[in-house]
Design a protein around this ligand. Structure first.
Ligand code: DX5
Ligand code: ZN
Length: 221
């Protein structure tokens, strides 16, 4: 089992003060950036100009979560901005293997996201093309939703498949991750945890990150 990684989502931060908000979470492992296009999800956040500005404002690794249609066309642009990882949704990609290879060729980690009702089984044979799998634990689009326990069996199956593949693929969960849910996700096999409201609604976001990390570590097998 790999180490625990906590990625605060700036979706829950003050968008007028993004650099300051990122500075408040220096003890995080990466910054999770939610890009939404108002088509793939019913919400709109930012595009490449803002991500570029964030890249220039921090040395932290950027974990870019694209909730956009036509990922094959647009995801490589985010790799070129110097992201640590770029996550595309499989539901928005016509050629996920080609896209994953394109992202890696541009020097970023390739990551593929699945909405809660999207099964992992059709993609089991392509796991080695990926550096990370993101299993959404809410319907994507908004912060502050409740963690969907129905995704836990899929987390377990994905962890088993990663172990069977024998390659170090990270398993990220995103949505509703909080002190009362992170242990279940960690016990099921997740090792990268996105947390938006649980971090940014706390009085001390850095302390909230430490607490989440401790809970996940203790719950991990
Ligand atoms: C939701 C986004 C998440 C969001 C999570 O579609 O992908 O990253 O910020 O927010 P919380 O942790 O509040 O559920
Ligand atoms: Zn996200």
């Amino acid at each position: 089992m790999t180490g625990i990684h906590i990625h605060p989502s700036i979706l829950s931060a003050d968008f007028a003060r993004l650099a300051d908000e990122i500075a408040r979470v220096q003890n995080s492992d990466a910054i999770h950036v939610d890009v939404m296009d108002n088509h793939f999800v019913p919400n709109l956040t930012m595009g490449t100009p803002v991500v570029q500005a964030i890249r220039a404002a921090t040395d932290k690794p950027l974990d870019i979560h694209l909730m956009i249609e036509d990922a094959d066309r647009w995801a490589p642009d985010y790799a070129d901005l110097g992201a640590e990882s770029v996550t595309f949704h499989v539901e928005a990609s016509k050629a996920p293997i080609r896209l994953a290879r394109e992202l890696r060729a541009r020097g970023t980690k390739a990551s593929m996201a699945l909405k809660p009702a999207t099964p992992i089984e059709p993609y089991m044979d392509m796991l080695t093309e990926l550096d990370m799998i993101l299993l959404m634990t809410v319907e994507p689009g908004f912060g502050g939703q409740s963690f969907l326990d129905v995704v836990l069996p899929k987390i377990r199956r994905a962890r088993q498949a990663i172990e069977d593949a024998g390659v170090p693929i990270a398993l990220q969960v995103d949505g509703g991750v909080a002190p009362d849910t992170i242990e279940r996700a960690a016990e099921a096999g997740a090792d990268v945890f996105v947390a938006g409201s649980a971090v940014y609604s706390a009085d001390d976001p850095a302390k909230a990150i430490d607490e989440l990390r401790t809970l996940a570590r203790n719950a991990q097998h």
